[in-house]
Design a protein around this ligand. Structure first.
Ligand code: BDR
Ligand code: CA
Length: 311
């Protein structure tokens, strides 16, 4: 594994089942510090997402990590959750302990801004949910992302195949106006889309057995994805996929992303294009505003996951 020395992450998450595994990987990968977890509504309503983040951190050795609640819904639209994918509780109906604490008092938007200000260039931002918190911070402070070392986003569908809309991947679709603000903000950013998840992070029955054998954390990872596993079976995947964990893995070790490309991305916000991440392929296009992951090494991603779940 080759991650930047002293890698320190700020993680923005709408914590449900796959976000939880991304938190597990971040907390349990040697040499990675999780500076703060900021929570946004998305997969589940905000209070549930906060609860799931705290319960997960308790279980994976991250009880010391500050957790801050942020926006309870998108900038301009009503919240539409993905509980039909992740279960009513967002955690597949798994039996889990109660959270050890409530969220810290400071608002997520203030935390993201404060950390970026206190130590510019020091921390890496990883977003795993709708971009409402980050966009709000950017409305206050347009150069915010330039103060992070890099921003990695689980967002988009760069093959044009959405998961909740013909073009739209959930995190972009849920708050497309927020995504439009983020994609045009200055600062280095890499998008890891649902196309990457579908191709390189599907947990086959064999993978799931191997993971469950790594009890208790591997079993936790399997249990909380029970509902996703049922859902994807009806949609042609060989097992649950892990969009947020594979994005986290790229953030921790960008060398597992074996191919990427600079792209000029715009975001669909009208009913037909909602949530689409539209790449301008014209010869005389404008300057790129992001990188997108094209190929990720599946076996290295899974090795990172298994190592994080092992004792
Ligand atoms: C994204 O949406 C959510 O269902 C997952 O947590 C992930 O962040 C995938 O489209
Ligand atoms: Ca998520």
């Amino acid at each position: 594994m080759s991650h930047a020395p002293g890698l320190s992450l700020v993680i923005d998450t709408d914590t449900a089942s796959d976000d939880a595994i991304a938190l597990l990987i971040a907390v349990r990968t040697p040499g990675v510090t999780v500076k703060a977890v900021t929570v946004v509504a998305g997969n589940v309503p905000l209070p549930l997402a906060v609860r799931n983040a705290i319960v997960t951190l308790d279980l994976v050795g991250g009880a010391h990590v500050p957790v801050h609640a942020g926006l309870a819904g998108p900038l301009l639209r009503p919240l539409e959750t993905a509980q039909y994918v992740h279960g009513d509780d967002g955690m597949g109906g798994a039996t889990l302990p109660d959270p050890s604490r409530v969220a810290d008092a400071e608002h997520a938007v203030d935390v993201i801004r404060r950390i970026a200000h206190d130590e510019p260039g020091r921390h890496t931002l990883v977003t795993l949910g709708p971009l409402s918190n980050v966009a709000t911070a950017l409305l206050i402070e347009p150069d915010l992302l330039s103060r992070f070392r890099h921003t990695y986003l689980m967002a988009g569908a760069f093959d044009g195949v959405g998961n909740v809309h013909p073009l739209g991947e959930f995190n972009v679709w849920a708050d497309p106006e927020a995504a439009a603000i983020v994609v045009d903000a200055p600062g280095d950013k890499t998008f890891i889309g649902w196309d990457i998840s579908r191709r390189y992070s599907v947990m086959t029955p064999d993978d799931q057995s191997r993971l469950a054998a790594l009890a208790p954390l591997g079993q936790f990872a399997v249990d909380i994805n029970a509902k996703v596993n049922e859902y994807v079976a009806e949609h042609g995947l060989a097992g649950f996929d892990l969009p947020d964990p594979i994005a986290m893995a790229v953030a921790i070790d960008p060398t597992i992303m074996t191919k990427s490309q600079a792209a000029l991305i715009s975001i669909g916000t009208d009913p037909v294009s909602r949530g689409g991440t539209i790449v301008d392929h014209r010869f005389e296009r404008g300057a790129p505003n992001a990188r997108i992951a094209v190929v990720v090494d599946e076996s290295r991603f899974k090795a990172m996951l298994f190592a994080a779940c092992a004792d």
